[in-house]
Design a protein around this ligand. Structure first.
Ligand code: GLN
Length: 472
């Protein structure tokens, strides 16, 4: 798939038109239908907008790098008058009454949404198998999952349907599927991108971010979607920068922190070797490698699953069968209506999480679980703060090994939860992270994750771009 920059060049020289790009994208979606990356496709809307974009270009009023470019968005992002399901039967027939801020900003920049992508139900999972609309397939190896929960967005990019896509990341849901499918995926700092119009999973952890085939395209998308939003009080007032500006700064003198806990047990030897090789290449380019320690990191997964499920149990209480959601036809009384609609409307994994979350918030267990997890969250954040005093960025694997075999998420949910080991700590501490493919192991991509200081996406992207150059 061509980069945004290459596509713009073709548009500029009239070698192609936005209409053609959209037609090609729709054709590729049709061709790769069996991957099940999309829940909804929006041909009429997209083609109509492409004509408007072509018109703008003809008049010399092109809006910028995204004008006329096809994009896909995860189906937990609201788009006005369009079905928005979050991969759930609960919202199978829900049409969003408004558009998410991040999506609106993309559209204002001229980007054209061709479809809404498949995902783990309510973004709960790391395999994209729990969708009511069926599992997403990994185009690299169909016996392996594409990662999750934004598997549809990752696969849409990896299979050449779109150059870029949006996903959401609560504990790794952008970075993991990007790593499993060999593309670039980024979670910005918490507060960088508005969550308005994103169907909430765990509000203190959720963040929207881009997928692309290269680092610059992700930077371009981030530059379009970030910024303060009156609809989301957790957005930062920091001005939105042009994140594509410093991508060729190189690594000379940059101190890379290598957490010893991340490279000890738990990481498959072959992945470790590929990542270490990339790091030593960066060292040859002038980077300084420095061992650091994140002493509380081994508690990240357990505290994440307490906090995420607690918040989810509260966020998902609105899906009650009364208003805009699935309603059980069997219900006769009010309690029945709630119980039956929720039992039939939510899938197994979501029900498991609601139960877990309600349990840890229960007054008798609150101190032992939820409060304790919040304390651990603080300790992990302090570990990162301390580590960043002696380094500029932190290197980490994205996944402990190859993408899971299909079916593991239901036969062994613990194995799936454990695959979040390198990603959840960034959500707990709000830090930005980006993953990019740095090699292949038995034909499967291995992701390297860069972790940045809060709001230092520019430095993070610059490191990722330098890595991309080295492994090309
Ligand atoms: N795998 C994690 C979970 O299941 C993260 C999901 C996400 O980031 N949305 O909660």
């Amino acid at each position: 798939m061509l980069s945004i920059q290459d596509l713009q060049q073709k548009l500029k020289s009239n070698e192609t038109s936005s209409k053609k790009l959209i037609e090609e994208s729709l054709a590729q979606i049709e061709k790769t239908k069996s991957l099940n990356a999309f829940i909804s496709i929006l041909p009429e809307r997209a083609l109509q907008q492409a004509e408007v974009s072509d018109q703008r270009r003809a008049e010399g009023k092109t809006r910028g790098p995204l004008d006329g470019i096809p994009v896909a968005i995860k189906d937990n992002l609201c788009l006005e008058n369009t079905r928005t399901t979050a991969g759930s039967r609960m919202l199978e027939k829900f049409n969003a009454p408004y558009t998410a801020t991040a999506v609106e900003l993309l559209e204002n920049a001229g980007a054209i949404i061709v479809g809404k992508t498949n995902m783990d139900e309510f973004a709960m999972g790391s395999s994209s198998e729990s969708s009511f609309f069926g599992p997403v397939k990994n185009p690299i190896d169909e016996s392996r999952v594409p990662g999750g929960s934004s598997g549809g967005s990752a696969v849409a990019v990896a299979s050449g349907c779109v150059p870029v896509a949006l996903g959401s990341d609560t504990g790794g849901s952008i970075r993991q599927p990007a790593a499993c499918t060999g593309v670039v995926g980024m979670k910005p700092t918490y507060g960088r991108v508005s969550r308005y119009g994103l169907i909430a999973y765990a509000s203190s952890l959720d963040q929207i971010g881009p997928f692309g085939t290269n680092v610059k395209d992700c930077a371009t998308i981030l530059s379009a979607i970030c910024g303060q939003d009156p609809h989301d009080n957790t957005t930062s007032e920091r001005p939105c920068e042009d994140f594509t500006q410093k991508l060729d700064e190189g690594v000379q003198g940059k101190v890379i922190g290598i957490p010893k806990e991340y490279f000890e047990e738990g990481l498959e030897a072959s992945c470790k070797a590929i990542i270490e090789k990339t790091l030593s290449q960066l060292e040859k380019e002038g980077a300084i490698l420095k061992e650091i320690s994140l002493p509380h990191i081994s508690y990240a997964v357990s505290s994440y699953y307490i906090i995420a499920t607690a918040e989810a149990s509260s966020n998902l209480s609105r899906f009650d069968g009364v208003r805009y959601t699935y309603r059980s036809p069997e219900a006769r009384q009010l309690f029945d209506l709630y119980a039956k609609s929720r039992s039939e409307g939510f899938g197994k994994e979501v029900q498991r999480r609601i139960l877990l979350g309600s349990y840890v918030l229960n007054s008798g267990f609150y101190d032992a679980y939820y409060l304790q997890a919040q304390k651990v969250r603080r300790l992990i954040t302090e570990d990162f703060n301390k580590a960043f005093k002696s380094c500029d960025v932190i290197a980490s694997p994205t996944m402990p090994g190859a993408p899971l075999l299909c079916g593991t998420s239901s036969s062994d949910p613990m194995a799936m939860y454990l695959s979040d080991i390198y990603t959840v700590s960034l959500n707990l501490s709000g830090l930005p992270g980006i993953t990019l493919p740095c090699g292949l192991e038995s034909g499967l991509p291995v992701g390297l994750q860069w972790i940045g200081k809060p709001f230092q996406e520019t430095e993070l992207l610059s490191m990722a771009a330098a890595t991309e150059q080295i492994i090309k």
